[in-house]
Write a protein that binds this ligand. Structure first.
Ligand code: B12
Ligand code: SF4
Length: 483
């Protein structure tokens, strides 16, 4: 019996660790070794499935990829008469949006639910409705009616989940590629060290996915995973890909002490997400000693009222300015992300964010990401968008995807406010993007000076790259609510 798990996220620097974790878990707890990972970045999905001939197929998708998951599912169903599963963030945060093309939705943490589903299929060679009703943490249709079973308890302690065996991943994941973490060419490696986040930002959904408390891997286990990354996969840059990595100084201190004992400091560069409210000199010194580069920080807004709304009062604009300054002072730089288009955000408030972006630019931010607020399911922003009739459980999911046809734009904006003056907003947004592009150009230039061949290889034709990513990156098409 074979299981194929498909990743459709387009990103060569972030291997699909969720399905890799499921494959490893099945090996350990179901004695099942026949999982094959199909990765859109390296495989022709349909060709690979033809070759593998799986008995069960599963696709994982964030909301931005849900339309792609549905169209892939249609192709798969036309060729394979096997149970087709959907998992990961989109369906976990909105099982009600389950498309009938899928036989089963796996809600939330996938490891234990997949163990049960694989064992059930191995025993009975089919899924009956009666059997499915007994499996926790899934959704499916019974005679056109959506059935959601009892929630699946979370796995505790988190170390019960084995270290993902990266041999399941395509070898291409461990080739040098331009790193979002350093801007250089690195063997990029990711390690999630926890599940969940203690904060409650209104645009984010960690509690729906991972419950209200945070579960951590032990420091021992993290160090073990780092060693595997360095020794077996030759990782040169490790990103801790938690919802929020640096939750406390204590944990950083413990990690530092163990890495020092193991003589691992300086062997690899680290990255991960931090929060402006946590940044002070001691925190920066700790990160620096660990070998951290350019920690990623969601500054989001330069306006007090909007920031208070977005981050539920957990951080102030003063914290943002202080963090940017301190990260420059300690020579780590910052990867800074900002959001425009919060509910009821005025142009004046957006200009405050523009000021903060300019400040980040002046203080040598290494990356500047400009986002338009997207209402993702499971968030408070989703509920607002729903009340405004902009989204629904069965909406056109293309509205929330990453790409606009023909334009390499990462932020297809669904404007939440009908009264916003789009032309004025575009002017502010264009200025913000200008800072982001200037930073990209500097980065590209630095990379070119250090690694000319790699850089050209990585970006292809430089003229096309510059036109696509730097000049036309900002051709926004607005989806504005009807007046
Ligand atoms: C690291 C990370 C990134 C990294 C790497 C992404 C990647 N491809 O791995 C980067 C920085 C590149 C990134 C980018 C984006 N991200 Co991101 N990212 C995360 C983060 C913090 C961790 C992901 C992770 O590794 N989790 C750990 C693994 C173990 O969990 P998992 O992947 O969810 O898998 C489990 C279950 O989902 C399930 N499962 C997963 N797949 C499957 C498949 C099947 C068949 C089954 C049965 C089960 C199953 O079982 C797994 C084990 O329990 C999550 C938050 C989070 N904690 O999930 C956000 C998150 C996934 N990202 C999010 C978003 C929005 C984005 C962007 C769209 C942002 C943007 N506007 O550009 C981009 C997309 C870029 C792209 N091209 O794909 C949202 C998605 C929201 C949603 N409703 O879809 C999240 C949830 C953050 C949030 N709370 O808002 N991201
Ligand atoms: S945005 Fe970051 S800090 Fe806020 S809830 Fe999400 S993961 Fe936590």
């Amino acid at each position: 019996m074979k299981l194929a798990l498909i990743s459709i996220s387009i990103d060569t620097t972030s291997p699909p660790l969720g399905i890799c974790s499921i494959a490893t878990y099945l090996e350990k707890y179901a004695d099942f070794k026949d999982t094959v990972i199909v990765d859109v970045n390296y495989d022709n999905i349909m060709e690979k499935l033809e070759k593998v001939k799986p008995d069960i197929i599963g696709i994982g998708a964030m909301t931005v990829y849900y339309p792609s998951a549905i169209s892939l599912a249609k192709k798969i169903k036309a060729k394979f008469d096997v149970p087709l599963l959907i998992g990961a963030n989109h369906i976990s945060t909105l099982p009600e949006s389950l498309d009938k093309i899928f036989d089963i939705a796996v809600i939330g943490e996938g490891e234990e639910t997949m163990r049960e589903l694989v064992e059930l299929y191995r025993e009975k060679r089919k899924y009956s409705i009666e059997d499915l009703k007994k499996v926790k943490g899934i959704a499916f249709y019974d005679n056109g009616k959506l059935i959601k079973t009892e929630p699946r308890p979370l796995i505790t302690p988190l170390d019960k989940i084995p270290i993902p065996n990266r041999d399941y991943l395509n070898k291409g994941c461990f080739k040098k590629a331009r790193s979002f973490g350093t801007g250089n060419f690195e063997v990029n490696y990711r390690i999630p060290t926890s599940r969940g986040c203690p904060y409650r930002c209104r645009f984010c959904s960690p509690t729906i996915m991972w419950g209200s408390s945070v579960r951590f891997h032990s420091i021992e286990r993290i160090v073990e995973e780092i060693k595997i990354g360095i020794n077996e996969y030759h990782a040169t840059y490790i990103a801790f890909s938690d919802d929020l990595f640096a939750v406390s100084k204590d944990r950083l201190k413990q990690l530092y002490a163990r890495l020092k004992e193991e003589n691992l400091l300086g062997k690899v560069k680290f990255g991960g997400s931090i929060r402006a409210n946590l940044v002070d000199d001691e925190f920066c010194i700790l990160l620096k000693k660990l070998g951290f580069l350019q920690p990623i920080t969601g500054y989001e807004s330069g306006n007090e009222e909007i920031l208070k709304y977005l981050k539920a009062g957990s951080v102030t604009v003063k914290d943002n300015y202080r963090a940017i300054k301190l990260l420059e002072k300690h020579k780590m730089g910052t990867r800074a992300s900002f959001i425009f288009g919060s509910p009821n955000e005025t142009l004046e408030q957006m200009r405050d964010t523009l000021k903060l972006i300019k400040f980040a630019y002046k203080h040598k931010a290494k990356f500047i990401y400009i986002y338009l607020l997207k209402p993702f399911p499971g968030t408070e922003v989703w509920e607002i968008a729903k009340k405004r009739n902009l989204v629904s459980n069965h909406m056109d999911w293309e509205t929330l995807t990453l790409f606009i046809e023909g334009v390499n734009d990462m932020n297809r904006p669904l404007m939440l406010d009908k009264d916003i003056d789009i032309e004025e907003f575009k002017k502010i947004h264009d200025k913000a993007l200008l800072y982001s592009r200037l930073v990209s150009m500097k980065r590209l230039l630095r990379a070119f000076i250090r690694h000319p061949i790699w850089t050209i290889k990585g970006i292809g034709n430089p003229f096309i790259y510059i036109r696509k990513n730097l000049i036309h990156a900002n051709t926004l098409k607005f989806v504005k609510p009807e007046k």
